[in-house]
Design a protein around this ligand. Structure first.
Ligand code: ATP
Length: 762
């Protein structure tokens, strides 16, 4: 601890408080201006003839202006509100005899009295006074760079870097780092350094931004040029995620037009992960990023489960594309198998073989869902071949064929649009999967999986990438003219019969309870299709839940940020590739934490998604999360099994080794409860009990012990962290997970301050 008395600290805080007060006063004025703009915007286009419902042209122009003004004002207001807390977090004392070339970007007078010294404040957003002098520099601006880049070896003109800790508008603490070997007489140095202070604090349930303590090597990755592919690698806890999120905020700041207009997509492994990180970007003032988990990337579909590893392996591998290609060409179940009709006096009979040939010909050059007209034309060609060509005109025949009511009724049935989710569910039929080329093992796993989906009405994360692939093959489901829509939706649901659903009834006027209970006399479920004009929705029927909404075409983004990239399956890489065809990418990962088996196949799919764009690599090698004692334990385990693992160096010590307990199986529940109580006594924040599937049922009740306890499965801890963890049955974690010891490595590197490992003995 540096020798500073409380009085000195209090005096320094008072100096900072005075500046912070000035900033908030300016901010209050800015907020007033925003309100004025908002009111001004709302005043535009207030019709002078209320009630006529017939706005004049100038009123319409006013409406646009109003929208633009109100939109801009609301954004600014949201940004001022979000960044109120801890708005000013840094101060630089720069000596301009030094090398910092950015003089003139200063934010204030010399607070310490020396002529060459400049004081510059850094904050979440830039604030200027009435004379347009900067009071605070936005952390992303070039003038803020020395705050992150200065080191004692390369001080960039910085004498002292100070981090201010605020509660609301109140400065409650300061931490200094001195960048020169000795402090000048007029420079007071307080605290043990901001980084250690930040890392020692309790973590809470959500990730926080690190804007006040970004380290130099992290800053280099954050501010790297936008173009191409930026890869950030490093072991557990090295700040890869948090750095990548700050990079997203930096990119938006540095080229707002491109990235806000084009969109930034951030993808992480699970919904728990997105919930964990979702506050970081808003706290940095960025609300416009699309944050998705892998099960949530495709518009219109949300996955709520994970497949067991062997099934996930089948669904994730590129081999599955052969099946998907086959599905996209399959006839719709129970579609008519022949066409018999009279056209222009000719008897036409197209048999199953004819129809198969026509279908194959159309699908060679068309997407199924957008080729209705081409299919009817091809039918007409096939029909023409049956006509005695001596007796008629081809063009006339084709016209009359396509206009025929019979033909239309047939074609609408035969060439029904296929929802990609529906096509995927056809794999519940094991024989179909076999016919399309799956081996017996794959066919069985897939059939089991889709039968379960049909029973539970829920998708897995791996299914989402398959639906996306099928959507690309089938094309979008095109709406029929509105008067026929009800008919079509009910027809779609008729396919349910093949899945053991007995009948279809329209159900306008039924409440959900009745729908839930709808069964036939054998007790088999009856799908109740709601009249499309009714506003009621069925949500409890599994098939309806699976097919709810409409699958959207891929949205394209200007930047795609992928976290935990080592876990993406090849099919998931393809799914993201469709969304980032013109994008720059930031890709974050650590192979030693991979839960995907075939890393080579995934690497190939990933290369395909990236194309030939330029690459830039950053490696992080300091672990900021785990106390050294905890990380050493995890590193020893992983070194033994994964010799080439990328092992970082942990920088913080607590003096507390992880506790290892071995207890007989029947005592695990009691021992876990006791160990949990101990941990709760030792840390203030969240404690996670990480349990493999076999221990879930006996231990899930531990969640009731305290609000800050969560019971989680190993995979769901990916990317997350807790103040303490209780790891139950590490051997079983290894046995259950696809990634084996890699999964255990993830689990053993989640605790910041304390960890207990509980091993059952037999
Ligand atoms: N410069 C920093 N200042 C303060 N905290 C930091 C800093 N860098 C990282 N951290 C903290 O370290 C912890 C780990 O960061 P993060 O989750 O980004 O690591 P990671 O490399 O993605 O980990 P993993 O691969 O294990 O998921 C977080 O609590 C983060 O806030």
């Amino acid at each position: 601890m540096r020798a500073t008395t409380n009085d000195i600290v209090a005096a320094e805080i008072a100096v900072e408080q005075a500046h912070v007060d000035r900033v908030y006063a300016e901010l209050a004025k800015a907020a007033e201006r925003v309100e004025l703009v908002h009111a001004e915007g709302m005043a535009r286009a207030r019709p002078d003839r209320p009630g006529t419902g017939d706005p004049r042209e100038e009123e319409l122009a006013g409406l646009f202006e109003r929208d633009a003004l109100v939109y801009a004002a609301s954004k600014r207001r949201a940004s001022l509100e979000h960044q109120h807390e801890g708005l000013v977090f840094g101060r630089l004392d720069l000596d301009h005899d030094g090398q910092d070339g950015s003089a003139g970007n200063g934010t204030g007078q010399d607070g310490a009295g020396s002529a060459e010294r400049e004081v510059r404040y850094v904050g979440r957003l830039g604030v200027r006074d009435d004379d347009y002098e900067p009071l605070v520099v936005d952390w992303r601006a070039p003038a803020a760079a020395p705050f992150y880049r200065a080191t004692p070896v390369d001080p960039l003109g910085v004498v002292r870097r100070r981090v201010l800790r605020c509660r609301g508008e109140q400065v409650v603490g300061i931490e200094d780092d001195l960048m020169v070997s000795e402090a000048p007489d007029d420079v007071v140095v307080v605290g043990d350094g901001a980084l250690m202070a930040a890392l020692t604090r309790s973590r809470g349930a959500r990730m926080r931004d690190i804007v006040a303590t970004i380290q130099r090597h992290q800053d280099e990755a954050i501010r790297a040029p936008a173009r191409g592919i930026t890869e950030i690698t490093g072991g557990p806890g090295t700040g890869k995620t948090v750095v990548a999120l700050h990079r997203a905020a930096y990119l938006l700041y540095s080229d707002r037009r491109r990235f806000e207009g084009g969109g930034v997509l951030v993808v992480g492994p699970s919904a728990a992960y997105t919930a964990y990180i979702e506050r970081v970007l808003p706290s940095l003032g960025e609300e416009s990023v699309s944050l998705r988990s892998l099960g949530d990337v495709v518009a219109g579909m949300t996955a709520t489960r994970l497949d067991p590893p062997p099934t996930a392996a089948v669904k994730g591998s590129l081999r599955v594309r052969r099946l998907l290609a086959g599905l996209a060409k399959e006839p719709v179940p129970d579609a008519p198998t022949q066409l018999r009709t009279f056209v222009a006096g000719h008897a036409i009979r197209l048999t199953e073989q004819h129809l198969r040939r026509v279908r194959a010909r159309v699908l060679r050059s068309h997407h199924r869902n957008t080729s209705y007209d081409a299919a009817v034309e091809a039918l007409a060609e096939a029909a023409w071949e049956q006509v005695d060509t001596e007796t008629g005109e081809r063009a006339d025949f084709v016209d009359r064929f396509t206009d025929s009511g019979d033909v239309e009724a047939f074609a609408r049935e035969w060439w029904r649009p296929v929802d990609p989710r529906q096509a995927l569910l056809w794999l519940a039929d094991e024989a179909l999967a076999r016919r399309l080329g799956a081996d017996p093992h794959e066919a069985r796993l897939l059939a089991e999986s889709y039968r379960r989906a049909l029973e539970e009405g829920s998708w897995t994360a791996a299914d989402v990438a398959l639906v996306d692939d099928l959507h690309a093959r089938l094309g979008p489901v095109v709406d029929l003219p509105s008067e026929e829509r009800g008919f079509y939706e009910i027809e779609e649901l008729e396919d349910a019969s093949q899945y053991g659903v007995a009948a279809l009834r329209t159900g306008a006027g039924l409440d959900l309870g009745q729908q839930q209970q709808a069964t036939d006399e054998d007790g088999r479920p009856v799908v109740v299709a709601v009249d499309p004009t009714s506003t009621e929705r069925i949500s409890r029927d599994p098939l309806t839940r699976l097919l709810a909404g409409r699958i959207g075409s891929p949205e394209e983004y200007a930047h795609v940020l992928v976290d935990e990239a080592q876990d993406l399956s090849p099919m998931q890489w393809r799914m993201l590739g469709r969304r980032g065809r013109w994008a720059s990418w930031t890709v974050v990962g650590d192979l030693a934490q991979a839960s995907w088996d075939d890393l080579e196949e995934a690497a190939r799919a990933r290369e395909e998604a990236f194309g030939s764009s330029v690459r830039r690599a950053f490696h992080m090698d300091i672990n900021y999360r785990n106390a050294r004692e905890i990380f050493d334990h995890a590193a020893a385990m992983v070194r033994e099994h994964v010799p080439d693992a990328d092992i970082p160096r942990a920088v913080r010590e607590t003096g507390h080794d992880p506790v290892e307990l071995s207890v007989p199986r029947e005592e695990v529940t009691t021992a876990a409860r006791d160990a949990l109580q101990d941990l709760l006594g030792q840390v203030d924040g969240q404690v996670a009990v990480v349990v493999p599937e076999v221990w879930r049922a006996p231990l899930v009740g531990l969640e009731g012990v305290a609000d800050r306890v969560v019971v989680v499965d190993p995979l769901s801890t990916k990317g997350l962290e807790y103040d303490a963890t209780l790891v139950v049955d590490p051997d079983e974690i290894v046995a259950e997970a696809a990634g084996g010891v890699r999964a255990l490595y993830v689990v053993l590197t989640r605790a910041a301050h304390r960890m207990t490992v509980l091993r059952p003995t037999t």
